[in-house]
Design a protein around this ligand. Sequence first.
Ligand SMILES: NC(=O)c1ccc[n+]([C@@H]2O[C@H](COP(=O)([O-])OP(=O)(O)OC[C@H]3O[C@@H](n4cnc5c(N)ncnc54)[C@H](OP(=O)(O)O)[C@@H]3O)[C@@H](O)[C@H]2O)c1
Length: 245
Amino acid sequence: MARIFITGSADGLGQLAAKSLIEHGHKVVLHARNAGRGRDAIKNTPEAESVLTGDLSKIEETKNLAREANKLGAFDAVIHNAGAYQASAKEVFAVNTLAPYILTCLIQKPKRLIYLSSGMHLQGRSKLDSFKTDSSRISYSDSKLHVLMLCMAVARKWPDVYANALDPGWVPTKMGGRSAPDDLQKGYETQVWLAASNDEKAKVSGRYFFHQKERHHNPEADDVLLQETFLNLCKEITGISFPHV
Ligand SMILES: NC(=O)c1ccc[n+]([C@@H]2O[C@H](COP(=O)([O-])OP(=O)(O)OC[C@H]3O[C@@H](n4cnc5c(N)ncnc54)[C@H](OP(=O)(O)O)[C@@H]3O)[C@@H](O)[C@H]2O)c1
C-alpha cells in the first residue's frame, strides 16, 4: 500500500486518480485551492485520508502547502496534477510552472514523482530569455514544456526517485470541455500506474508517457544546459534552491 499526495484533486483527473488509487487500497491526501473546494474534495472522495488547501497561483500559499504536506509525514508518491488553462498568463505560469517546482523542492522527497504535462507542450517554447522579466508571454503550451523540463531535471539529479511525466490526452474534464475526444479513464490510468504499480515498466525515470506507453517529446526538455537555466530562474523567482540530495 502506498501513500500518495495529489495536487488539484477536488475535480477532474486529480479526483479520478484519487478515487482509483483508493479503490486499489492506497492512501490518498487530496489538495484543493481553498477551504470551500477542500470541502468539495472530501465530499467527492470521502475515503481520502485528508485534504490540504493552498492557492497555487500564490507563491507563499504554495510554500505553505509544502510545509503542511510535510507535517503529514513522507509520501511514497506525489502527483503534480493541478493545472490552469483558461486563465491569465501569469496564473498559468504560477500554477503550471512554478508550483510544481516549489512543491518538488520543498516536499520531503517521495519515491515517485509524476508530472502532468500535455501533448500541447510540443508547440511550446521555453522562453527562458524573458521568463523572469515578462511572464505575460508564457502560454499554456510553454508551461507544459516547463513542467517536462522540470521532470527531466529531477530524473537526472535524483537517481533514487522515479520521476516521469505524461500527456493524459484531450479528455472531458472542466479543462478539456464536454466534447473532448479521448478516453477519460485512460486519462488518469497512467498517473495511477506510475504512482503505485509494481510493474517494472512503471519503475523507470525521465520518461514521457501517453496511455502507459512512451511517447516522443520535445528534446529541449532533455537539454541539460536549458534545464539548469530553468532551475536557476525558478530559484531567482521563488527564492528556493533545488535540493541536490
Ligand atoms: N483535460 C485535458 O484534456 C488535459 C489535456 C492535457 C493535459 N491536461 C492536464 O491534466 C491536469 C489535470 O487537468 P484536468 O483536465 O483534470 O483539469 P480540471 O478539471 O480543470 O482540474 C484541474 C485541477 O487543478 C486545480 N487548480 C487549478 N488552479 C489551481 C490553483 N490556482 N490552486 C490550486 N488548485 C488549482 C483545479 O481546482 P478547481 O477545481 O478548484 O478549479 C482542479 O482541481 C492539468 O495539469 C492539465 O494541464 C489535461
